[in-house]
Design a protein. Sequence first.
Length: 243
Amino acid sequence: MSFDDFRKELVEAGELDSAEAEKLDFMELIKIYQKFKIKQATGGASRPSSLRAELMRTSSSKKTAKPRAAKAPKKETEAPRKRSKPPQPREGLVYALEKLTTIAKGGNYCMTVVDGCWVNFRYKKRGNHLYFQVAGDKYIPKRSHFEKKHIEILKKMGIIAEPMSDDIFSTHFDDKPRNLEGIVDTVFEIFSKIYRVRKDADAYIEFVIGSKPSDEMAGAVEGMYDYFNDRDGKSKFCWEWNG
């Protein structure tokens, strides 16, 4: 899904007007879009005023401002869902992509975040497109910024800079049949060779399968927990990076 697709959907839904949407860069827009879709998925009405407030906050921030330090996780009031079994993040991501490309509808994404760096999948049923994004320097910690050789490695993978976005690299994985294990190998190679993430860094997969929840979708998301020993809320499945 392109920058224009995100913007068009928010404008058509009445969440932003076109002038406001034009002021946003890609990362600002996707953050607002994801909040909008999560509210839809949980049955909460997304009010234009709240999104416009978010717009005012993001647009007034200086481009050179450093991202805020991550807050320490809040203590849970209930016993955390945590297991002692070894996590299986590769198998979990294969599972997520299989569900994404078979039952996902409407707003969906599968974002993998490791050590502050991220890649993202979205599935478009019309056309059977599996769209893949890799965040560039603007959205990742300085320690993982790209050198020329890293951009060349991405090109060899078929992942190139998007002409209509700001510092996002992308491709489509549309081979028939899709080699999901091979796609996941590419994801892990990006974190190891391109981002050079640190051993034992915090990592998670955020899996949102559609904007209109169903029992099948809820079951698919719940199935992710079979591959991880910890989770944060309904949609984030966590582990420590070991390559």
